[in-house]
Design a protein around this ligand. Structure first.
Ligand SMILES: NC(=O)c1ccc[n+]([C@@H]2O[C@H](COP(=O)([O-])OP(=O)(O)OC[C@H]3O[C@@H](n4cnc5c(N)ncnc54)[C@H](OP(=O)(O)O)[C@@H]3O)[C@@H](O)[C@H]2O)c1
Length: 245
């Protein structure tokens, strides 16, 4: 891979922290990640590597996102990879008991934040004539979704929409936008689900196990490699055949 400037949103925990570790393993890469509340975890993660920097940035704030991306631009004059990964935590809730606030929270982080990051990163990528944007969706956008997650599913569909719209508009400047849709992974986000549920789902799974953050990180590594240079607007399921496209 070698020598890329990479920005991962929501890198303090879960899949984001796995991506930070994976993408910084290539010493020539320079990896930035954002976080909001997990100050200690972010500092500990960044301290493990010489080429990793944690940036506090509330994904819901346009001005903080502009500051974050322009900081990287002023230091390096480039940005090669953006991974829109951050997601707010939430509690499942039946549609009839939800209010707009639950939708707004999910939209602010998953859609609005990803939009601002994409727009700001793409300005730099257009200037350099190359760049890769990876947006993290969910296998719930691939088939019949589970109940009680209407706000999350709606936000991920919106992220799918903006990803495709951006892929079409940015491709001519050498900037590609692709998506991954992981199956259920054991992270804080899915922490509300009992272990019994994971075990039951794994039993029904064609590969008899659930997705892991390593599975998802493998596909992100592929997407940012030259091997994926002609993929654009693609949504790759990372679910072991649980759902077919
Ligand atoms: N876990 C699953 O089963 C699963 C399955 C499919 C897809 N996904 C997707 O995979 C991605 C990563 O999920 P995960 O399971 O790794 O989640 P997670 O463990 O809950 O981590 C979420 C990350 O997002 C950050 N974040 C949340 N709100 C933020 C804000 N306002 N500003 C900046 N950062 C913010 C958190 O940072 P702080 O802690 O510092 O606030 C944290 O680093 C998400 O897009 C999720 O939808 C997850």
């Amino acid at each position: 891979m070698g020598g890329k400037v990479i920005l991962i949103t929501g890198g303090s925990r879960g899949l984001g922290s796995k991506l930070v570790k994976r993408l910084s393993a290539e010493n020539e890469n320079t990896v930035y990640f954002t976080y909001l509340n997990s100050e200690k975890k972010a500092a500990e993660l960044a301290a493990q590597f010489n080429n990793v920097t944690a940036l506090k940035c509330d994904q819901r704030s346009e001005s903080q996102i502009i500051d974050c991306v322009s900081k990287i631009d002023s230091l390096h004059g480039r940005l090669d990879v953006l991974v829109n990964n951050a997601c707010n935590s939430f509690k499942p809730c039946e549609l009839l008991s939800t209010d707009w606030a639950a939708f707004q929270d999910c939209f602010d982080v998953n859609v609005k934040g990803a939009y601002f990051f994409t727009r700001e990163a793409a300005k730099i990528m257009k200037r350099q004539g190359a760049g890769k944007i990876i947006n993290v969706l969910s296998s719930y956008v691939l088939n019949v979704p589970p109940e009680k997650l209407s706000f999350y599913i709606t936000a991920k569909y919106a992220l799918l929409g903006i990803s495709r719209a951006a892929a079409v508009e940015l491709g001519k400047w050498g900037v590609t936008v692709n998506m991954i849709s992981p199956g259920l992974m054991a992270t804080d986000l899915s922490g509300h689900l009992p272990k019994k549920y994971f075990d039951m789902q794994a039993q029904k799974h064609p590969m008899k196990r659930m997705a892991s953050t390593d599975d998802a990180a493998d596909v992100v590594e592929f997407l940012i490699s030259d091997k994926a240079k002609f993929l654009n607007g693609t949504n790759i399921p990372v679910n072991g055949g649980e759902v077919f496209l």
